[in-house]
Write a protein that binds this ligand. Structure first.
Ligand code: ADP
Length: 264
């Protein structure tokens, strides 16, 4: 009976090993698939502006841009396409560093209320979007602290606000920032009254390189990495990020940050 037990144990451990092996193989395959998908998206997104730059440069060389106005227009397109590539490469670097956990996080206790207000002031200065109304709804105590890498959370806020600005086509643009406090978290929501996102596309907007079809064709140049970078940063802080949207009404992006509890 003892040897039967022994055999049973050995079979069990073989089964476990087989299961673990299968799981790791599946993970490997998924990782490989993701990698292939990533390379193909990057190649596509870099190829598009390069093709266009080449086309315009050839146009200039062939003498098609035969007036100062035309030349200026061609150079303008070349400049814009190069800017887009520059942004894509910057985002890509940041994204891959975050993905590989190679980016150090410089965590400190920050007064969240002040910090968000400062970020919004900075944004107003930087963007110079006089035509956008920014409303603050702040229900957080002044001395509430969160533990964050402020540079990276600033990046999250900028990415979200930049999207809101990009995808608001109305004349009457309103951005509402709300801060609410729960027992151990602070939630920050950024609401716009822009074009909104279709229900079936909403689950994918945090995926890398995901861009809603229509936005690929608009003048609003993007990389499809802004929200996936935001998600990586928020999750590295132990928070969550999600979106609500109503087509034609607007979009709200919400995220949470951990509060510094008394005695911590
Ligand atoms: P992108 O560089 O394309 O803006 P993001 O990762 O930041 O990439 O966003 C992914 C997609 O989600 C965008 O292409 C856009 O279609 C959609 N999206 C994000 N924010 C908004 C918003 N505030 N309003 C409407 N659509 C949005």
């Amino acid at each position: 009976a003892q040897s039967k037990n022994e055999i049973g144990r050995v079979i069990n451990s073989f089964d476990r090993m087989r299961y673990e092996l299968k799981k790791s193989l599946e993970q490997q395959i998924e990782y490989e698939e993701n990698r292939k998908e990533l390379i193909s998206s990057i190649s596509h997104d870099l190829k598009t502006p390069i093709t266009s730059i080449k086309g315009y440069v050839e146009g200039i060389m062939d003498g098609v841009a035969n007036s100062p106005e035309k030349l200026e227009k061609y150079l303008h397109v070349i400049y814009n396409k190069s800017e887009h590539m520059d942004r894509l490469i910057d985002d890509l670097f940041l994204f891959s560093k975050l993905d590989l956990n190679r980016l150090p996080f410089d965590m400190e206790d920050i007064q969240v209320s002040r910090f968000i207000e400062d970020c919004m002031d900075e944004l107003k200065l930087e963007q110079g979007h006089g035509d956008i109304k920014i409303k603050m709804q702040n229900q957080v105590e002044e001395d509430t602290l969160v533990i964050i890498d402020s540079q990276k959370i600033r990046r999250v806020i900028f990415n979200i606000v930049q999207n809101a600005i990009k995808y608001m086509e109305k004349d009457d643009k309103i951005l509402t920032i709300s801060l609410t406090e729960r027992q151990d978290t602070v939630s920050i929501s950024i609401m716009d009254n822009g074009v909104g996102i279709k229900k079936e596309q909403l689950p994918f907007i945090f995926n890398k390189f995901y861009r809603v079809d229509e936005s690929r064709n608009t003048k609003a140049g993007g990389t499809g990495l802004g929200l996936s970078i935001a998600k990586q940063i928020i999750e590295a802080h132990g928070g969550t990020i999600w979106a609500r949207s109503q087509q034609g009404e607007g979009t709200t992006i919400c995220f949470t940050l951990k509060k510094v509890m008394n005695g911590e």
